[in-house]
Design a binder for this molecule. Structure first.
Ligand code: GRF
Length: 193
């Protein structure tokens, strides 16, 4: 049986789509479910197009009930990937999936992480601080924002005339290249533990 991955996303979902497509070509894992707290998220149409089930949930169900755990059980999910997911993960899910929940952050943590540091806010802050490089961080999720153990980082150059949109493009390129590979490697590593 293939390892089952659930992807949580709150927005556009291009990383979610890239993960679904990558694992469709793969015999040993698949994205079995996409979950979102945002009924208007672009990720819904992307998942539908790729025939991947979607669960839309409320913030209250996520934070104050076991409903999401029940859905994850129903789909026999064993790994969770957060790709542009904006809510803090609750304790009940963290406990059920120790070292099995992975986030992608669009900066070189510990820089430019924490509450409010997402999307364009991150890239604007990078420019305001005259950084000459930025990048992506793939890390385990714990009870704080952008705080768990780092699994992987990759860097890109920030040119002096780069706009936040230019940086977003460079970051997405890195994310599409590395996130599926790092997740695959991590699942394989988890198998042999
Ligand atoms: C990505 O840059 C990811 O690192 C961040 O949010 C962005 C989501 O983009 N956490 P998309 O929704 O996958 O297009």
């Amino acid at each position: 049986m293939k390892h089952q991955i659930a992807v949580f996303a709150s927005g556009n979902g291009s990383n979610a789509e890239n993960l679904i497509a990558y694992f469709k070509k793969n015999n040993f894992a698949q994205v079995g479910l996409v979950l979102t707290n945002n009924p208007n998220a672009g990720v819904i149409a992307r998942a539908n197009r790729l025939k991947t089930p979607v669960c839309v949930f409320s913030k209250k169900d996520f934070q104050d009930s076991n409903k999401i755990l029940e859905v994850l059980n129903e789909y026999q999910i064993d790994w969770i990937v957060l790709a542009g997911f904006l809510l803090l993960f609750p304790e009940n899910i963290l406990k059920r999936y120790p070292n099995k929940i992975i986030n992608i952050h669009p900066a070189l943590l510990p820089k430019y992480g924490g509450k409010g540091m997402y999307g364009m806010h991150v890239h604007k802050a990078v420019i305001e601080n005259n950084e000459t490089e930025t990048g992506i961080t793939i890390h385990f999720v714990n009870e704080k924002y952008d705080d768990g153990k780092v699994i992987f980082q990759a860097k890109t150059v920030v040119e002096s005339n780069d706009t936040p949109e230019d940086i977003a493009k460079k970051i997405h390129k890195l994310e599409y290249k590395w996130l599926p590979k790092v997740i695959e490697k991590q699942i394989k590593k988890g198998e042999t533990l």
